[in-house]
Design a protein around this ligand. Structure first.
Ligand SMILES: Cc1cc2nc3c(=O)[nH]c(=O)nc-3n(C[C@H](O)[C@H](O)[C@H](O)COP(=O)(O)OP(=O)(O)OC[C@H]3O[C@@H](n4cnc5c(N)ncnc54)[C@H](O)[C@@H]3O)c2cc1C
Length: 403
């Protein structure tokens, strides 16, 4: 976040404590500024943008000015590096307003992290400064029409020919594919390698001839940002675009990058659930049945109590994973737990928010129906929850239990 930037848009409001108490004072003020941005600029227009499935140009420009695209990039490389907990809190705030906004910076942040961790100095200089300002947007392309969970079975190949790679294959569901000019492309540089993951690499591919971006895929929710197919036909990428400069490390690099990706998806779920809870809590105090506010009926009160408890638990799991990531510790188990719990929690909370709204909850004129449509993305994206459970149990066996 720009050190002088956010305050220029909105004055930070006083520390309210609570959900971001462990952040530094500066990080707290960043989250406060984003919260005001969400309340003042996002929430008033989210329903209309969703309905029209419109790309949020103005909001994205404001996010660029606020430095949101550079939150995972160190200052020495032109960014506004904050702790992962702060990044998570910013993501949750954006998602509280409109989850699609967090989607616009999700894959971008994973690519930034990949470059910071594994990029050569030349690759870092080439991309990170422009990525920090949002001038250059990035996305990641893993999933293929034949499957997203079994990445080692991918079919997209990059054949080395002199000083370039020639890419053939297809990817699908690639979010921000039209707006992003840089693609972290997971592909096989050695399709015959065994084990298969040792033949996988990441290319930092810039758009050009031989790459076709398909039309946006129609979606249940997550409107406004596009998710598209990519088709590669003898698509040439310079050899120096190989992330880190050595073939065969792409699978491990991407698994590391997905740790922050999973924390991000968990934070999106947290923000959507928070919004659903806020609306439900408000409605339960206004709406009366049998002569009293509905929250006083035990069933409704129990829903609210459970919703708040699970939201708070998800927030703590996210912080736990974020702290481990920042401490340089392996956190695939922790990020997986945060993503698994928060996304399932979000499904439950958004459904219960509809229950509490009764018939109104089924109307497209209230926001809870949008939260309910957005929630399922988080159980699928960045590795399905079935895959998260596989990751978690493998780590439990390896570590001999919970630490
Ligand atoms: C809106 C949206 C945006 C997306 N954005 C991106 C993006 O920007 N970049 C990108 O690369 N991808 C993106 N994805 C793709 C997403 O990551 C994949 O959909 C996801 O990883 C699952 O892959 P799949 O859809 O091929 O399902 P499959 O892999 O076909 O899985 C189908 C089902 O089988 C289960 N399954 C598969 N293998 C196992 C196993 N070993 N154990 C237990 N269960 C298993 C899965 O959990 C799932 O329930 C996006 C998806 C959506 C919907």
């Amino acid at each position: 976040m720009k050190r002088t930037g956010p305050g220029a848009l909105y004055a930070a409001r006083p520390d309210e404590g609570g959900d971001v108490a462990e952040l530094t004072e500066e990080e707290q003020s960043i989250v406060d500024v984003v919260r005001q941005f969400v309340d003042n600029e996002v929430r008033p227009v989210a329903r209309e943008l969703e309905r029209s499935d419109s790309y949020p140009h103005k909001l994205i420009e404001l996010m660029k000015q606020m430095g949101i695209f550079g939150l995972a990039i160190p200052e020495r490389l032109g960014g506004y590096q904050v702790s992962t907990s702060c990044y998570a809190a910013v993501t949750a705030e954006l998602s509280r307003g409109w989850m699609s906004l967090a989607g616009a910076m999700g894959g971008h942040t994973v690519v930034a992290k990949l470059l910071v961790l594994f990029g050569t100095p030349v690759q870092q200089e080439r991309y990170l400064r422009r990525m920090a300002t949002g001038e250059l947007r990035a996305t990641m392309a893993l999933t293929e029409p034949g499957g997203g969970s079994d990445l080692q079975a991918m079919q997209t190949t990059a054949r080395r020919e002199g000083d370039r790679y020639v890419v053939n294959g297809a990817k699908t569901w690639i979010t921000n594919a039209q707006r992003a000019d840089l693609i972290a492309l997971l592909c096989k540089t050695d399709p015959d390698a065994r084990p298969a993951h040792s033949g996988i690499s990441i290319l930092l591919a810039e758009k050009g001839s031989g790459l076709t971006v398909g039309d946006p895929l129609p979606k249940l929710g997550y409107k406004g940002v596009e998710s598209c197919e990519l088709f590669f036909e003898d698509f040439a990428v310079p050899a120096d675009a190989l992330l880190g400069g050595t073939e065969g490390h792409g699978f491990a690099q991407m698994m590391k990058g997905l740790e922050i990706g999973r924390i991000q998806v968990a934070s999106r779920a947290l923000g959507v659930a928070q919004a659903a809870f806020d609306d439900a809590l408000g409605y339960a105090q206004l709406r009366e049945a049998f002569g009293k506010p509905i929250w006083q009926h035990q069933s409704v009160g129990n829903y609210l109590a459970d919703m708040a408890t699970k939201i708070t638990a998800a927030r703590q799991l996210i912080r736990y994973a974020a702290d481990r990531l920042d401490a340089g510790q392996r956190c695939d188990l922790e990020a997986g737990m945060a993503k698994l719990f928060a996304s399932e929690m979000c499904m439950e909370v958004t459904l219960n928010a509809i229950r509490i709204h009764g018939g109104h909850g089924y109307s497209t004129e209230v926001d809870v129906e949008r939260y309910f449509r957005d929630a399922p993305l988080m159980i699928v994206g960045e590795g399905t929850n079935e895959i998260q459970r596989n990751v978690i149990v493998r780590q439990l066996i390896r570590r001999g239990g919970i630490e």
